[in-house]
Design a protein around this ligand. Structure first.
Ligand SMILES: [Zn+2]
Ligand SMILES: [Zn+2]
Length: 329
């Protein structure tokens, strides 16, 4: 089933008819399909181990590359649902070191090294992230060394395929720039002690997507997202009564962005599509989760543009227009 929201269709239709006229003027032999930037939400959840929303992870397909942004719980299963071999991921970008963003990484790394159908990666897994990444990956190597040693002798797997190719950075800037695909990291504010923490912007063929990472309302994100086609943003919400009963709830909310704040962010950026992922919807036995409709309504206090709540395996194709496709199970 294809889901294409129509509420902001005026602009893409105008853009399309201009393009159609241009294309009509070109000789047929000279016409090739304009490239798209494709984004698939692999996991739209948070640390809660729920079955409908896996841990945070987003696949971006741009030019010849398959790039993974964070590798939360279940990223391997989601890639397998897409028929993407785990060994075919070209690089993994990490936003920050909260475990919900990393716990799927050892699975992609180790299982992507195994023989087909898993991937049989024979080159190092490229991982790009902020300062501190090397220590984490060294720890993973050490933790899984017994498995690695066994498979090297028992299955004769290629030794280079289980290495990491690590790139660390310590400030805002371009962290990947190959074949016309540019990835820019920008610092975000995830709270006083949760540093480093970054979001990413991917640009390719005149298309762009911004991934917020985990953040509070942040002016730096708005600046980095200027002119972006699509903004994928985290969100957190709880009902008023919960705040009164449990002070830890406010602490969690203080590390994230409320729907009202996200509405301001979207309004300032004015993308073709704003979409929520990394949903932190807090609940207790006496206080049910904020519903997805309520999430949208609360965002609408500040933003009137095209807006969706993401779901696992939702695919966003960024071309002349932005189209959204739900996964068919
Ligand atoms: Zn998180
Ligand atoms: Zn976090």
């Amino acid at each position: 089933m294809q889901t294409v929201r129509r509420n902001l269709i005026a602009k893409p239709e105008i853009a399309f008819s201009v393009l159609a006229l241009l294309v009509a003027a070109l000789p047929l032999s000279g016409h090739t399909q304009a490239p798209t930037l494709d984004v698939t939400l692999l996991g739209t959840g948070d640390p809660v181990p729920r079955v409908d929303r896996f841990g945070p992870s987003i696949l971006v397909e741009a030019g010849p590359y398959r790039l993974l942004f964070d590798a939360g719980r279940g990223a391997s299963q989601r890639l397998t649902q897409l028929d993407i071999s785990l060994g075919d991921i070209d690089a993994v970008f990490i936003t920050h070191f909260h475990s919900d963003h990393l716990s799927g990484l050892p699975d992609i790394w180790l299982t992507g090294w195994l023989p087909p159908p898993f991937g049989r990666r024979d080159q190092p897994l490229r991982v790009i992230g902020p300062d501190g990444l090397t220590g984490i990956l060294d720890g993973l190597r050490q933790a899984f060394d017994p498995d690695i040693q066994i498979r090297l002798v028992d299955e004769q797997l290629p030794p280079r395929g289980i290495e990491f190719d690590i790139s660390e950075y310590s400030a805002d800037g371009i962290v990947f720039d190959e074949e016309g695909v540019t990835v820019t990291a920008f610092a975000v504010d995830h709270g006083q002690y949760i540093k480093p923490s970054y979001g990413y912007r991917v640009d390719y063929a005149g298309r762009s997507v911004v991934l917020s990472g985990d953040t509070r309302f942040d002016e730096n994100l708005i600046e980095a997202a200027r002119g972006a086609d699509v903004v994928i943003h985290e969100v957190a919400a709880a009902r008023e009564e919960m705040l009164a009963f449990d002070e830890r709830i406010q602490l969690i909310l203080d590390h994230h962005t409320t729907p009202e704040e996200a509405g301001i962010v979207f309004d300032r950026i004015s993308p073709k599509l704003a979409i929520y992922s990394h949903l932190t919807l807090l609940s207790s036995p006496d206080s049910p989760e904020v519903t997805l409709d309520e999430l949208i309504q609360r965002t609408r206090a500040n933003y009137a543009g095209r807006l969706l709540v993401g779901e696992d395996l939702m695919r966003i194709e960024i071309g002349e227009a932005v189209s959204v496709h739900r996964f068919q199970y």
